[in-house]
Ligand binder design. Structure first.
Ligand SMILES: Nc1ncnc2c1ncn2[C@@H]1O[C@H](COP(=O)(O)OP(=O)(O)OP(=O)(O)O)[C@@H](O)[C@H]1O
Ligand SMILES: [Mg+2]
Length: 391
């Protein structure tokens, strides 16, 4: 008899990924680019990872940081506002104490950002050599310092939407300076985000990525997927005996999708432990049920802030999708428009759905990013659904 494990509301999804496998080609490309950038400081780089929700972008960004640190680079996670806000950037770089020195400088900074940035990049001023005591903008912050630096920016799909208008010019110059190696020291920007990220960067002038510096993540390959599930069972669950039936049963429902794998493999480890390292049929049933539940919770979290009628409108659009399940933006917009109260609202909802990863841009056509999310959305919000769910 299996003890049922109460898994609670959420799987633990934060921090470093345990049992990371796969993505070897991308990590190799990143390693090669690091070497170029280290050898020649004029070889700036933006390394962009773009993918659907739960494809493993954040996990991969963490791995990139690890690779960089091993090669002697400093890796710093930055929030978006670090691109224009000096104290935020200094904090992220572990140089928070310099903020105190800024004192009276801060009052005059705002209005002059754009001009100063253009000047500093053009003239390659090193504020240290000029004996300036505090940086005047984030470009100067990055210019000052000796070590090789990788900046890690996650959730970067919001770049265009969340950069305040008054900072847009400065951010454009900063991104160009990093991308084209104009900071006088090796600085790389590693970026991850949903499928609108590349487009957001294009709006800020970064559109041509160097060879292998742009990656779209798909599912994990079967071999990597098996290894992740096996590690969870054996290392975390301390499973005894033949794990293959469990691995394959879980793979039937995860299709290589890291978020799904985590939804099933973590509960599987707990279940095996609770069953004193044995893998029982009842234990497997409980794991599959929990996994499905976790998966649905994740999808639901993606729909946050979209009212029921908007969810239904999106599902309606995809109910009419072609067999490859993609749809044009005009069909989706028309469906949303039908349930809208205000003119212009449909585009706003469409953009929100795109930004939250409810829909995914596939070269100008649109899809629900993960096949099982597509099915789930139609089951719960589509025209043939049963009872409707609360928002
Ligand atoms: N290559 C991998 N090997 C093992 N586990 C992974 C791998 N990639 C991701 N994971 C795990 O899968 C889950 C989802 O990954 P992650 O959070 O990185 O996805 P994401 O694309 O950043 O999602 P979101 O769009 O929600 O930000 C996490 O639990 C993560 O630890
Ligand atoms: Mg993420």
């Amino acid at each position: 008899m299996s003890d049922f494990v109460n898994w609670g509301d959420h799987i633990d999804d934060r921090g470093k990924t345990q049992y990371f496998h796969g993505r070897d080609n991308i990590l190799n490309a990143f390693r090669i680019r690091l070497k170029y950038a280290a050898d020649d400081r004029s070889k700036g780089t933006t390394f962009l990872i773009q993918a659907a929700p739960g494809a493993g972008k954040s996990a991969l960004l963490h791995e990139c940081a690890g690779v960089a640190e091993k090669d002697g680079w400093k890796a710093a996670e930055i929030p978006l506002s670090a691109l224009w806000d000096i104290p935020t950037l200094l904090d992220a770089l572990g140089r928070g104490e310099e903020t105190k020195k800024m004192g009276s400088w801060s009052g005059g900074i705002k209005g002059r950002l754009g001009v100063l940035s253009a000047l500093t990049v053009g003239a390659r001023i090193n504020y240290k050599s000029r004996k300036i005591t505090a940086p005047r903008d984030t470009i100067q912050v990055l210019q000052s310092g000796e070590e090789r630096l990788v900046l890690l920016l996650d959730e970067a799909q919001v770049l265009a939407k969340r950069t305040p208008g008054e900072h847009a010019a400065h951010v454009t110059i900063l991104l160009d300076a990093i991308h084209n190696g104009r900071l006088g020291r090796p600085v790389m920007l590693a970026v991850a985000g949903l499928s609108s990220t590349k487009e957001a960067f294009r709006k800020f002038g970064v559109s041509r990525f160097k060879a292998n510096c742009y990656a779209e993540l798909g599912p994990l390959k079967p071999e990597a997927e098996r290894k992740v599930i096996a590690d969870w069972l054996q290392m975390e669950g301390l499973a005894r005996g033949d794990i293959r039936p469990w691995v394959e049963a879980i793979r039937q429902e995860t299709h290589g999708w890291p978020q799904h794998i985590a939804s099933y493999a973590q509960p599987a480890a707990l279940q095996v432990r609770a069953d004193r390292r044995r893998m029982t049929p009842a234990g497997l049933e409980a794991v599959l049920e929990t996994g499905r539940d976790q998966r649905a919770k994740y999808y639901r979290s993606r729909l946050d802030g979209l009212p029921e009628r908007h969810r239904q409108a999106i599902a309606q659009a995809f109910a009419a999708a072609r067999t490859d399940s993609t749809q044009t933006d005009s069909v989706i917009l028309d469906c949303i428009q039908e349930v809208c109260r205000e003119p212009g609202e449909a585009q706003e909802i469409f953009d929100k759905a795109l930004a939250q990863g409810v829909i995914d841009n596939r070269n100008g056509r649109f899809a629900i990013p993960v096949p099982s999310m597509h099915d789930w959305l139609l089951e719960n919000y589509g025209p043939d659904r049963g009872e409707s769910l609360p928002d």
